[in-house]
Design a protein around this ligand. Structure first.
Ligand code: CTP
Ligand code: MG
Length: 221
C-alpha cells in the first residue's frame, strides 16, 4: 500500500497578519512549515510527500526540505486561491498508483505518528476516508450579526475535526474531480457519496490562526 501525503501550506495567513505567508512565520528558530514537514517525512507510515507552497514560495520550501534532510519530498507545487484549489494542485502531483492520500494542514504543526496511524486504520476496514476529531466541549449558540442569540444548538453528536485526513486515493480524486469548495477534504468526499469515519483527534493538532495560537504552539516545542 503506497501512502502519499499532501502538506498544504499555501495560505496567506491573513488572520496572523505577518509580512510573509503563515507557513514561513517563525516557530522557534525555523519557519512553521519545518515542524510538520519534518514530522511527516519521519513518519514510518508515509512513503512520499507533496508540499503545496504559496505561489512564489516554492523555492524556499524546497530549500527548507533540503536543509532538514527530508528524503521523501517528491515535489513542491504552487497552491491556489482556496484550500480546495491547493489540495487539487497537490493531488495532481500524486502518481496514479498511489493507494492512499493523506492531506495535512501545515498550520497544524504538531502532527504525530499516533494520529496518522489512527486515520489510516479504517481505510483497510471498508471506509473511504478517516478524519481526526474531538467532541465539541462548549455549549453552542446560533447568534445574529448584532450579537442577539437566535437559538441554542444541541452539541449532541457534534465534533470539531482536524487534519491529517486520510482517503483512498480513488475516492479523493473522484471528490476533487467535481465542482465545489469546502474548508476540509472530507466534506467533498462526503458530497461525492464517500463513507468517512471520525477517529480520536489530538488537542495538539491546534490550527495556528492568530498570534496567540502561534505563541501557544511555540510553547510546546
Ligand atoms: N491553505 C492553502 N491554500 C489556500 C488556503 C489555505 O494551502 N489558498 C492551507 C493553509 O496553508 C493552511 C490550511 O490550508 O495550512 C488551513 O488554512 P487556514 O488556517 O485558513 O490558513 P490561511 O488561509 O493561510 O489563513 P487565513 O485564513 O487567516 O488567511
Ligand atoms: Mg484560510
Amino acid at each position: 500500500m503506497s501512502v502519499w501525503a499532501i502538506l498544504v501550506a499555501a495560505g496567506r495567513g491573513e488572520r496572523l497578519g505577518l509580512e510573509q505567508p503563515k507557513a514561513f512565520a517563525k516557530l522557534g528558530e525555523d519557519p512553521l512549515l519545518a515542524e510538520p514537514l519534518r514530522r511527516l517525512d519521519e513518519c514510518e507510515w508515509i512513503d512520499a510527500l507533496v508540499v503545496v507552497a504559496p505561489p512564489g514560495w516554492e523555492e524556499p520550501a524546497i530549500l527548507l526540505a533540503e536543509e532538514l534532510g527530508c528524503a521523501k519530498v517528491s515535489e513542491c507545487v504552487a497552491g491556489g486561491a482556496t484550500r480546495t484549489d491547493s489540495v487539487r494542485a497537490g493531488l495532481a502531483a500524486v502518481p496514479e498508483d498511489a493507494l492512499v492520500v493523506l492531506v495535512h494542514d501545515a498550520a497544524r504543526p504538531f502532527v504525530s505518528d499516533e494520529v496518522v496511524g489512527r486515520v489510516l486504520a479504517p481505510l483497510s476496514e471498508g471506509w473511504d476516508g478517516a478524519i481526526p476529531g474531538l467532541p465539541v466541549p462548549d455549549t453552542l449558540k446560533r447568534v445574529d450579526g448584532d450579537g442577539a442569540v437566535r437559538e441554542t444548538v444541541s452539541r449532541d453528536g457534534l465534533w470539531a475535526v482536524q487534519t491529517p485526513q486520510a482517503f483512498l486515493a480513488d475516492a479523493l480524486r473522484r471528490a476533487y474531480a467535481r465542482a465545489g469548495d469546502a474548508t476540509d477534504c472530507a466534506a467533498l468526499v462526503e458530497a461525492a457519496g464517500g463513507r468517512v469515519k471520525v477517529v480520536e483527534g489530538d488537542p495538539r493538532l491546534l490550527k495556528v490562526t492568530t498570534t496567540a495560537d502561534l505563541e501557544r504552539v511555540a510553547s510546546w516545542l
